[in-house]
Structure formats: structure tokens, C-alpha cells
Design a protein around this ligand. Sequence first.
Ligand SMILES: O=C(O)CCC(=O)C(=O)O
Length: 394
Amino acid sequence: MKERTCFNQTSVDRLASLDGVDLMEEYIIPGRAVVILGEVLKWGNLSQWRPAYLDDKIGSKYVDVAVSQSRVFRYGPREAASSARMTFREALQKIQAAHPEEAVYVMQQPIAAQFPELESDIQPPDYAGANAAAHLWFGGANNVTPLHFDALCNLFGQVFGRKRFLIYSPKHLEEMYPLPVDAPFSHVSPVNAENPDFLAHPRFEEAQCHEVVLAPGDVLFLPPFWWHCVRSLDVSISVNFWWPPSLQHCLVPAGLRLLHGSYALDRLQTAGVPFRGPDGFMGAAQEMMARGLYWPAILLAGAEVESAVRDMARLSGIDDHADGSPKTLSFLNRDLLAAKAYDSAIADWILSLDFWFATACQEPDLPIGLDETRLILDAVAKLFPRPAKAEGEI
Ligand SMILES: O=C(O)CCC(=O)C(=O)O
């Protein structure tokens, strides 16, 4: 029986085919990294993609490229790679030059928006998530994308040339020396994974690295929040699909950190999947509670209350902003009580719940148990019941 979570993953399986393999059940749903050899051949006509073929199809189009003297293409925060606009053909000439003055990289370009001419060559596989969007990567040998994670499922297809991935399970958040969650580029590690400085980053030595080389045709499923550093071993063309994670994928240190960050930012109001379902945040809150993740469950209940109270304020004609910033829950509560949107018993409940939401946000290390969490979630469900669904409604 295969392990069910990425946390225990000790090696990355290399599957010669998908015959007899339930990719969803064994890898994608539990968030386990895997390589499928030769699978790109089944993604439409990608096997004909060579630099000359792309030149033929899109050579005269303008494209934004990343530019780097060092061949390291940082997203930030240090030495962020600069960018330039040029025709695809100019980029291709620089990519194929033996000694370019500076390296260029066509990075993560959305194919449907930028190169619709190429779209008919691509047939997304049925195991890619709904609305998974294809992106193009085209660059020279030895281009490096430094260590970072993405909060997305990633199906990465190597089309031409080889690429080497150094990948690390999300359990190694602390070993990656991440920036604070509210800092820009908090998904980028300062560690040089290819040549680590263990004096500066001693914890990095504890992180288990999986080295994965993709040859033309190979596909890597990289689950959300896995750290990766990527080097092109040759002139390389890749196509990848990204799609949003499930709630289960987010139950890793960086995912839970993101939940806290989004709560602190705007009470999860702009968070979409996976925290907010068609029935609001309470489904995810219940699931967190069932998994023993009590503070995250309370944060999600807080997001539900905040949503409901803001909706009520709008319906009652109350401005939910003061001096340009959103009013806090306690201010809105006071305004709604004054407008007789509800009585003082409900207002008192909201006030005491707000204490728990603030504590969940500021002190997630304090011990809290199932009983308190259940009380809070039950109180929220009673205060703001979701309308019962009509028979047959999904
Ligand atoms: O191929 C690369 O250079 C980087 C790929 C990457 O970072 C990604 O797909 O998330």
C-alpha cells in the first residue's frame, strides 16, 4: 500500500506508464510528487515542438522575457531578474547563442493569452484540474529558477531538452528559511539549493532533497507547496499546467501559514478555493476541526462571521469602510446593533466570538482543544445558518 501523504514520501516514483495506476487517488489527491515517463506524447502534438517549429509559428510575435547576467532568474527579493520585450525570434537567437552577453528566459507565458497560434497543439490530459491553464517555458542551457514554492498543483511537461528539479517536501518549511508570510516573495527561499551555505542556513542540511531529471517527454506532477529549484540542462522547452489546490493540499505548514496571512490581510474575503466553498467557509472549518487543526478551524469560522456581518451591513445601508479601510468586526457589530439589524444577545455573541478570532490570528501556538473549537463552530453555525437547500438542489 502506498503512503497517503506527501509528508512521508521518501522517493519520487518514476512511472513507465499509467496502466494500472490511479494517478488521482495515488498521487494527485494525496499530494505526492511523481514522474510519468514519455507522457507528454499524449498531450496533443507537443512532440513536434522544437525551437525552429516555434520560430515558424510565433517568431514575429512580441514577448516579455526575463533577463539575467548570472543565468539565475530570481522572482525576488534579491537581484530580481529584469525583463525586456522583444520578438520571439530575437529571444530564440539569444537563447541559442553560444556566449550571450545576458541570458533570456521566456518564463511561464500563458499560452492561450499570448500564443493562441500554439493552442491547437495542446491537449490537456484529463487528470489536470478543471480550467488548468497551459504555460510556456523556453530558455537556454543552465538557466536556473531558484528555490521557491507555488500554492498550485503543477503538471510540468518537458517537451524539448532536459531539466533538473531539486524538490523538497512542504514539511521542510523551517529548513527553507522562508520570509514572513506578509513579506513580498514569502514563497521564495534565500537558500541557494545548488550550493548551500550551511553556515548561513544550517537547518537546510536537514531537508531531504529529491533530484528529478526530466528528459523530453517526461512529466512531473509537483503538488502545491513543494519547494523546487530548477536548472535547464539543455536548451529547453516546457509546458506546464497550474490549477488551484484542494483543502487537503493546504494542510501543510506553508498552506496553514497562508491561511493565517490571508486572514490577517482581509479576513479571507479575497481567498477563493480551497478555503471557501459554495457554502462559505464553514465546510473547510469543520474539516480542519476533524483533523485536529483547531486554530485554523476558528479562523475559518471567523471569516464566515465577517462575511455574514459585512453582507448584513451592506443590506442595512451601513458603510462597511471608515477612512478608506474596512471597519473591524466589533465596529460593524456596534453599527448593526444600533440599526436594530439584530438584538443585543446576538451582538454580545459576536463580540465574544471576535475575541477567539483575534486570539486564533495572533497566538496560534496557545493550546486549545476540540470542545472549545466545537462550541465556537456551533455558535457560528447557529448565528448565521446557511439557507437549507431545496430538495434535489446540490
Ligand atoms: O522550469 C523552470 O525554470 C521553473 C519551473 C517552475 O518553477 C514551476 O513550474 O513552478
